[in-house]
Design a protein around this ligand. Structure first.
Ligand code: PEP
Ligand code: MG
Length: 587
């Protein structure tokens, strides 16, 4: 809901990452395509309009040729070469020219009309290959369209001003390009709680508000913005008193963060002497510095897919070895858990997998993609095994949903070992193998799964999404995304108990572990290994140092008598009010 006061407007969204920033808006209009207008063209102007279209096609084609030249895509080159042909395809190119002259309408509208028709036509064909080509057509027509509307494909890393980005959407890969010294914060129309975009923003410690609905159309370039990432509010062109109030809040927030960070080197030990193992989740090797600064005792989750998303092609085994080795050497002797590729879901890269899925989160994601693309999987496994010769590595497989999958993974792992032996490479095959527990079926089968692996890592980001049936990137269901939901808590407890019974280690690496309000429950269940966004480590340490482990266990029993998230949350807020961090709420 938006409110307007003379001169200022408030837009509400979802907290993407905490903190406040104040600055000028910079609109990143990646979806200019959606804003196109229809206007008539006189008969005399039709040839000029057709020329404008042809020019846009030539420019898009040239851009595309440059991309092909610069990449080494192996078999994926075919996809890009298909696009080359589609630029001049009769159905898209010929029909758009025909529509401009027959309907006497502008090129943008004609292209949109034609591409929608072609799309509908392909989708009705009963042939999977042709259905999959729809995505190619959409991509080609988007490229032509962006030249027609004059929208540039802005590279976030090239933005050279101290601004606040405003975008319809930013992918996790876009977000990872943000240069901290330039970008103060960002706002998007789309996105939900614990989407990968929000996770990257938290690790960058950059305030952000996601799921704001229409911020990118309501805000203009150079508008003054206040982004309150903690409360999920954007204030556009604030009045002087509001600006003053937020400048004070910003100063208080910075002082609070500095205060917490000062103690980040102290151990995470409870008042009754239980030591917790706090590790960091990272997306890029470069984040190791911040993990160490924040006092992480190892990397509990390395989301390896970001390298693939940024490169826009599959890295080679040697390239992976080089990257992973850098990381392992920086962290030695602390452990590094390398998770195999978890692409698709909300981490899509059309260069890697050009197939459009109706429900990407339920599609060919993570280990499912890897098992279907064995060569890509083996390349990554071989790189991990090779790097294990240089440090303390654990191997983690995402999104396991049944026993068959882990058996198949082990077979591929054996193949990777066999290949390395034949190639006479130095490697270490004795590394702990773990699986993410993030799908409800894995929780139910936890005892059986535990007999096949060395450790579990509970991924609450997906576990909440899949158990509550809510898309973690969808702002409209973000209110249901609750870590303290009793169903979620029961699943965590079941997983922990299964691991204990079978004698394997259990870690939590979902974002849930990085929010102080959840810590009493997690400690209460008995969890002592927590991995989180580096930025959260100092505040979680502080919380742990104020807690009693035994008392947390007793309190957890009381929690299970409660039936709603609100009751559970109120109980924790009351019981731990002395030690929960101070939070400014919106007036
Ligand atoms: C999770 O699902 O909780 C998790 C840690 O993995 P990701 O956020 O990368 O899906
Ligand atoms: Mg996950």
């Amino acid at each position: 809901m938006n409110e307007t006061r003379p001169g200022q407007m408030t837009i509400r969204g979802i907290s993407g990452s905490p903190g406040i920033c104040i600055g000028k808006a910079y609109i990143v209009d990646r979806e200019g395509v959606n804003l196109i207008k229809r206007y008539p063209v006189s008969e005399a102007m039709v040839p000029a309009e057709i020329d404008r279209f042809k020019n846009a096609v030539t420019k898009a084609k040239n851009d595309h040729a440059k991309v092909i030249e610069s990449l080494d895509l192996g078999e994926n080159l075919n996809i890009l070469e298909t696009h080359m042909v589609l630029f001049k395809d009769k159905m898209l190119y010929g029909k758009t020219i025909e529509t401009i002259s027959q309907d006497r309408i502008n090129a943008e509208w004609a292209l949109r009309k034609v591409s929608r028709k072609v799309k509908a036509m392909f989708q009705q064909i009963d042939d999977q290959y042709l259905k999959d080509r729809v995505n190619d057509i959409v991509q080609v027509s988007d490229k032509i369209m962006s030249h027609l509307v004059g929208a540039q494909d802005i590279q976030i890393r090239d933005i050279n001003k101290r601004v606040i980005l405003v975008a319809h959407d930013l992918s996790p890969a876009d977000t990872s390009q943000i240069q901290l010294e330039r970008i103060k914060g960002f706002v998007t129309d789309r996105g939900g709680k614990n989407s990968h975009t929000s996770i990257v923003a938290k690790s960058l410690k950059i305030p952000s508000v996601l799921g704001s609905g229409r911020a990118s159309v309501s805000i203009n370039n150079d508008d003054i913005l206040i982004v309150d990432g903690s409360s999920g509010i954007i204030i556009v062109n604030p009045e002087e008193d509001t600006l003053f109030k937020y400048e004070e809040r910003l100063a208080r927030f910075e002082a609070y963060r500095a205060d917490i960070e000062r103690d980040s080197h102290l151990p995470a030990v409870t008042r009754d002497g239980v030591i917790l193992n706090l590790m960091a989740n990272i997306e890029l090797v470069e984040e190791v510095v911040s993990a160490k600064d924040n006092g992480a005792k190892g990397i509990g989750l390395f989301r390896t897919e970001f390298l693939y998303l940024d490169l826009k092609r599959f890295p080679t085994e040697d390239e992976l070895v080089q990257k992973y080795k850098e990381l392992v050497e920086l962290m030695n002797p602390e452990p590094v858990t390398i998770r195999t590729l978890d692409i698709n879901g909300d981490k899509v890269n059309p260069y890697i997998d050009p197939v459009e899925e109706a429900n990407p989160a339920l599609g060919l994601r993570a280990v499912r993609f890897c098992l279907e693309n064995e060569n890509i999987f083996i390349t990554q496994l071989k790189a991990i095994l090779r790097v294990a010769a240089f440090g303390n590595i654990k191997l983690l497989i995402p999104m396991i949903s049944c026993v068959e999958e882990i058996i198949r993974v082990k077979a591929v792992l054996n193949k990777a070992i066999f290949e390395l032996e034949n190639e006479d490479k130095i490697f270490n095959k004795d590394i702990p193998l773990g699986i993410m527990i993030e799908v409800p079926s894995a929780v139910i089968m936890a005892e059986e799964l535990a007999t096949h692996v060395d450790f579990f890592s509970i991924g609450t980001n997906d576990l909440i999404q899949y158990s509550m049936a809510i898309d973690r990137s969808n702002r409209r269901v973000a209110h249901l995304y609750q870590a303290l939901n009793p169903a979620v808590l029961k699943m965590i407890k079941m997983t922990y108990d299964a691991a204990q019974k079978k004698g394997i280690e259990v870690v939590m690496c979902g974002e849930m572990a990085g929010d102080p309000v959840n810590i009493p429950v997690l400690l209460g269940f008995g969890l002592t290994n927590l991995s989180m966004n580096s930025a959260s480590i100092p505040v979680i340490k502080k919380m742990i140092r104020g807690m009693d482990f035994n008392l947390a266990g007793k309190n957890t029993k009381k929690l299970f008598e409660l039936q709603t998230t609100e009751e559970i949350s109120t109980f924790i807020q009351e019981e731990y009010k002395e030690i929960l961090p101070y939070r400014e709420t919106e007036e």
